[in-house]
Write a protein that binds this ligand. Structure first.
Ligand SMILES: *[C@@H]1O[C@H](CO)[C@@H](O)[C@H](O)[C@H]1NC(C)=O
Ligand SMILES: *[C@@H]1O[C@H](CO)[C@@H](O)[C@H](O)[C@H]1NC(C)=O
Ligand SMILES: *[C@@H]1O[C@H](CO)[C@@H](O)[C@H](O)[C@H]1NC(C)=O
Length: 328
């Protein structure tokens, strides 16, 4: 599998300065005012070169001129990339992305990168941080991602046959090897009424959430090494069930357990607590249905968390985050 050249990246390369790659004439240090590159991973049913994804790259360049933006593609063209959002083994897809970023002439030489993940692209980027992180991510921003899984599958548009085929297969037997190795949403399905099957058979989420008895210490180290992990939740989300998964919240029937009250956090399986204690774990909520992101919200996220390597970040005010979390 070869990645398609990203149109977005090609378009933006033209007016990226790439100055951080060049030695400073006096200090031999890379210039530090050039923004870090931005990597974007789109969601289910979308493509790397869709108008929306390209606009995100252009907006980043508007907020921080000289931003090199790269949209992740899994597959040789837009059709294959869209198909890979429904079908495939996420472990293999992620390894492909790791290899691609590590070999990329610009991304691989950057001191770090920033990343924005939309919907499932968000938990896949988190998987990238845990499993590879070369080049390392500084700010990870996720919008409506399913960090703590989904308990129901999406309903498809009436003419979206790719989606319909995928969802029909999903319902067949979610925990079978057949489905877990081929259907992408099944790999972040998390069933609390059948938790043992999930733990045993989940091909992706149970592993990257470090839920199994043997914990992966590297995953924890890598998450704790982030400068920012910003999780946006859509308050009126009816596509992702439960919507609180975007904040890592656990919803079991009527029982709602925010991240900070979970064993996951208390025992710090993933480094989220360590990150929280240094003020880098940020809960954000926005009004609107799934993926209804205004330009203003994107601009704010980009000015707060993207930019040059020497940018500093104010620690998250804990009380505010706590209150928001209790409310949901
Ligand atoms: C980062 O570096 C740029 C260019 O050298 C400088 O203008 C800016 O003030 C620095 N910012 C911080 C937070 O140090
Ligand atoms: C997914 O791919 C990985 C790596 O090739 C493999 O180890 C794993 O068994 C696959 N998952 C399933 C459910 O087949
Ligand atoms: C979810 O709730 C059900 C019913 O109360 C319970 O039997 C089950 O153990 C819970 N699952 C988890 C993982 O807590």
């Amino acid at each position: 599998m070869r990645p398609a050249p990203s149109l977005l990246a090609t378009a933006l390369l033209a007016h990226s300065t790439l100055a951080w790659r060049l030695p400073h004439p006096f200090t031999d240090e890379p210039e530090d005012d050039t923004p870090l590159p931005l990597v974007i991973w789109h969601g289910l049913g979308d493509t790397y070169n869709s108008e929306g994804i390209q606009d995100v790259g252009l907006l980043a360049d508007e907020i921080h001129p000289g931003t090199f933006a790269y949209a992740i593609a899994v597959g040789a063209d837009a059709n294959a990339d869209r198909s890979a959002t429904f079908f495939g083994n996420v472990t293999e897809q992620l390894q492909f992305v790791c290899d691609t970023l590590a070999a990329h002439p610009i991304l691989s030489t950057a001191p770090a990168i920033d990343a924005i993940g939309f919907s499932q692209g968000g938990q896949f980027l988190r998987g990238y941080v845990e499993r590879c992180n070369k080049p390392p991510i500084r700010s990870l921003i996720t919008f409506g991602s399913q960090h703590n899984g989904i308990s129901e599958f999406k309903t498809c548009g009436s003419t979206d046959y790719l989606c319909k085929t995928a969802m029909a297969l999903l319902k067949f037997n979610t925990w079978s090897n057949f489905v877990q190795s081929r259907l992408v949403p099944a790999q972040y399905y998390r069933d609390l009424t059948n938790y043992d099957s999930y733990l045993q058979s989940s091909n992706f989420l149970a592993d990257i959430n470090n839920e199994r008895p043997v914990k992966n210490e590297q995953y924890k180290k890598n998450i704790a090494s982030l400068a920012n992990f910003v999780m946006y939740l859509f308050e009126d989300d009816t596509t992702v069930i439960p919507k609180q998964t975007s904040w890592f919240t656990e919803v079991n029937g009527t029982e709602i357990t925010p991240l900070r009250k979970q064993t996951q956090y208390k025992e710090d399986w993933l480094g989220l607590r360590q990150l929280d204690e240094k003020g880098g774990l940020r809960f954000r909520s926005i009004t609107g249905e799934h993926m209804q992101i205004t330009v203003d919200v994107l601009k704010e996220a980009m000015s707060d968390f993207l930019g040059p390597m020497n940018k500093t970040f104010a620690p998250e005010p804990k009380v505010v985050a706590g209150l928001w979390q209790e409310e949901l």
